[in-house]
Design a binder for this molecule. Structure first.
Ligand SMILES: *Cc1c(COP(=O)(O)O)cnc(C)c1O
Length: 332
C-alpha cells in the first residue's frame, strides 16, 4: 500500500502546534552510553505539559477542527495520557471534552483528567470497552471522536518529536520508540526515514499483551488479552479495522522487541538512579531492551530513546525505586 502521511505533514504539524507543545530537551545518558559502548541519548517527553508526548497529536488534531466541529465538542477513549492531553488542549482552545476510560486506568491519571476540567466517564474493563462507549456517545450526541493513534493528524503530530531528535542529536542512527497502538512510532518512522533514510527505527512493547507485535506476527490486526502491566500506557488493541498504523509499522519499522515486567521495573529504577529522570513503565521499555542486550547489534552512530511519559502512580514509583515492588498483583 502507499502511505498517505508524509514528512511534509509532520513538518506542517510542527509549525501548527508550537505554542501549545514544548520542544523537549535531550540528555546524554552516561550510564546507558557506557552499557552499550556508544552514545545513548534520552529524548525527554516527560517534560511536556501533561507529562507525555500525547499532547503533540492531540494539539495537531484539535487545531484542525472547523468552528462548527469545535462547538460539537470532542470525545476520546484513553488509557490515561491521551485523555490528559486532549483535556489539556481542549481547555486551552475552549472546546468541551469528554474522556472515557476503563477501570484499568490508574487513579493518578483519572484524577489528572478530572483536574483538567474534562467530563470523565469510567466504564468497562478494557480499552476496547471504552472505545465502544465513545462510539455510542458520539453517535448519540454528534461529538467529534479523537482516536488515540489511528488517525493521520494524530500520527503527524506525534512524528514532530522525531524532527526535534534529528536536530538535537544529528548523528542518531537508531531511534527507539515505545510501541502500543503505533501512533507515535508511525509518525517517528515517517519523519525519520524522510530525513535519514538509513537510520533504524525500533519499536518496543511489553510482553504482557503486545497487540501490535502479535498483529505483525499474524499478518493482520489481532486481538490480545489486555493484562495488568507496569507499562499501562501500552495496553489495549490496535483495532480490528486499523487503517493506518498497522501498515505503516509493518512496512517501515525495522524491528519490534518485547521486554518483561522485571526489565521494565529495573529500567524505571536505572533511569532514576543514573539519569535523575522519573518515568512511567511505558516510557522505560526502550531502556529495558537496551539493558537486556537487545540493541547490541546496531550499526554505528548514536541511539536516541524516546522517553515517552512520566505519569506513574507515586507510591508505585517509590516501591520500584526502593526495590520492594513485587509482581504478586498480577492475577493472570
Ligand atoms: C500512548 C503512549 C505510548 C504509545 O503510543 P502509541 O502511539 O499508542 O504507540 C507510549 N508511551 C506513553 C507514555 C504513552 O502515553
Amino acid at each position: 500500500m502507499t502511505i498517505s502521511i508524509t514528512l511534509d505533514d509532520v513538518e506542517q504539524a510542527a509549525s501548527r502546534i508550537t505554542g501549545i507543545v514544548r520542544r523537549t530537551p535531550v540528555i546524554r545518558s552516561t550510564f546507558l552510553s557506557d552499557c552499550l559502548g556508544r552514545d545513548v541519548w534520552l529524548k525527554l517527553e516527560t517534560e511536556q505539559p501533561t507529562g507525555s508526548f500525547k499532547i503533540r497529536g492531540a494539539a495537531n488534531r484539535l487545531l484542525e477542527l472547523e468552528p462548527d466541529q469545535r462547538a460539537r465538542g470532542v470525545i476520546a477513549a484513553s488509557t490515561g495520557n491521551h485523555g490528559q492531553a486532549v483535556a489539556h488542549v481542549a481547555r486551552f482552545l475552549d472546546i468541551p471534552a469528554t474522556i472515557v476510560a476503563s477501570r484499568l486506568v490508574p487513579a493518578n491519571k483519572l484524577n489528572a483528567i478530572r483536574d483538567l476540567g474534562a467530563d470523565l466517564v469510567v466504564t468497562g474493563r478494557s480499552q476496547d470497552d471504552a472505545i465502544a462507549e465513545v462510539t455510542r456517545r458520539s453517535q448519540h450526541d454528534g461529538s467529534i471522536v479523537l482516536p488515540p493513534f489511528d488517525d493521520p493528524a494524530i500520527i503527524a503530530g506525534q512524528g514532530t518529536v522525531a524532527l526535534e531528535v534529528l536536530q538535537q542529536v544529528p548523528h542518531t542512527s537508531c531511534v527507539v520508540v515505545p510501541l502500543s497502538g503505533g501512533g507515535l512510532i508511525s509518525g517517528v518512522v515517517i519523519a525519520t526515514k524522510g530525513l535519514r533514510p538509513h537510520a533504524l527505527v525500533v519499536g518496543v512493547s511489553m510482553d504482557r499483551g503486545p497487540a501490535m507485535y502479535r498483529s505483525l506476527q499474524a499478518g493482520m490486526p489481532v486481538e490480545v488479552d489486555e493484562l495488568d502491566t507496569l507499562a499501562d500506557s501500552l495496553g489495549g488493541g490496535i483495532g480490528p479495522n486499523n487503517q493506518y498504523t498497522f501498515a505503516i509499522v509493518r512496512d517501515l519499522v525495522d524491528r519490534t522487541l518485547l521486554v518483561t515486567e522485571d526489565e521494565i521495573a529495573n529500567s524505571i529504577r536505572a533511569l532514576h538512579n543514573h539519569d535523575g529522570v522519573i518515568v512511567e513503565g511505558a516510557a522505560a521499555v526502550g531502556v529495558g531492551a537496551l539493558l537486556a542486550g537487545q540493541l547490541d547489534n546496531l550499526p554505528t552512530g548514536a541511539v536516541t530513546i524516546i522517553i515517552s511519559g512520566r505519569n506513574i502512580d507515586a507510591s508505585l514509583f517509590r516501591r520500584i525505586a526502593a526495590g520492594t515492588h513485587t509482581q504478586t498483583r498480577y492475577g493472570k
